[in-house]
Ligand binder design. Structure first.
Ligand code: DC
Length: 243
């Protein structure tokens, strides 16, 4: 394992990429993207999944779905027992993709995500998705906060995607403003800062850059430029292993 990493691409590639490029892939190609809210990792993850024909899982949507269920029932997101029960009841099919995108659900998701029992309940689902990607895909792209560190520490390629708080707040504000008259960019910035602090400070699987993750700062990048930068890294890993 260690020597495969050294031989191919120091700090970036795991042993699983060797069989992949030799044409016999016993294990899937896994690409992990972590980073703070609105850093651009979701957009990037979807573009990577499309380009390399991989399955995609937005792991934040799982925590959002749990939070959404709790809020709908009038339960308190900080109640670990209720949150863990909601996490165990969760299924991908029941996710309300529109409902989970609100500002309130985002904040509550960060609260439920700090409960170890919730993380435990969602862990196997995420690992299973990566190990056995649906639809016969040859691998999977997962984005979140702890994919490279906890969910898939052996991912083939890992990114930690960041952007300045102001740029992130601007992006999230433009997504939310139509549905929320009166909302200001300053409100969104305050939400993001609070959420980032909670996600990074929690004891269990905090948001963190894996040691072997590539740092990608999208502050001054268009979506196309960020995607091109990610592709260079992924293609580079594969090429180095081929040579
Ligand atoms: O990526 P997002 O903003 O949709 O995520 C919502 C919340 O879910 C985020 O504030 C923290 C939590 N989360 C997490 O703890 N671990 C993940 N892998 C993904 C999201």
């Amino acid at each position: 394992m260690k020597s495969a990493r050294r031989d191919c691409a120091p700090g970036l590639v795991s042993a699983r990429v060797l069989p992949l490029i030799r044409g016999a892939m016993p294990e899937p190609l896994i690409i992990a993207l972590d980073g703070p809210a609105a850093s651009g990792k979701g957009t990037l993850a979807r573009a990577i999944a499309r380009h390399y024909a991989l399955a995609y899982l937005d792991t934040g949507s799982l925590y959002r779905a749990v939070a959404y269920l709790l809020l709908r029932e009038g339960a308190d997101p900080s109640d670990e027992k209720a949150a863990a029960a909601a996490a165990r009841a969760f299924s991908l099919e029941t996710i309300d993709n529109t409902g989970i995108r609100s500002r309130e659900v985002g904040a509550a998701a960060s609260v439920v995500a700090a409960h170890p029992a919730v993380r435990q309940a969602l862990l196997e689902f995420q690992r299973d998705f990566a190990r056995r990607p649906p639809g016969g895909a040859k691998g999977a792209v997962l984005d979140g906060r702890d994919i490279g560190t906890v969910v898939c520490p052996d991912a083939t390629v890992k990114f930690f995607v960041v952007a300045s708080p102001q740029v992130r707040a601007g992006r999230r504000f433009r997504e939310l403003e139509a549905a929320k008259p009166g909302l200001t960019q300053a409100d969104v910035l305050a939400d993001l800062m609070e959420r980032d602090a909670r996600d990074a400070a929690r004891a269990d699987a905090p948001m963190a850059q894996a040691e072997d993750a590539e740092l990608l700062d999208t502050t001054h990048l268009t979506i196309e430029a960020a995607f091109a930068a990610a592709r260079r890294v992924i293609d580079g890993v594969i090429r180095r292993c081929e040579s």
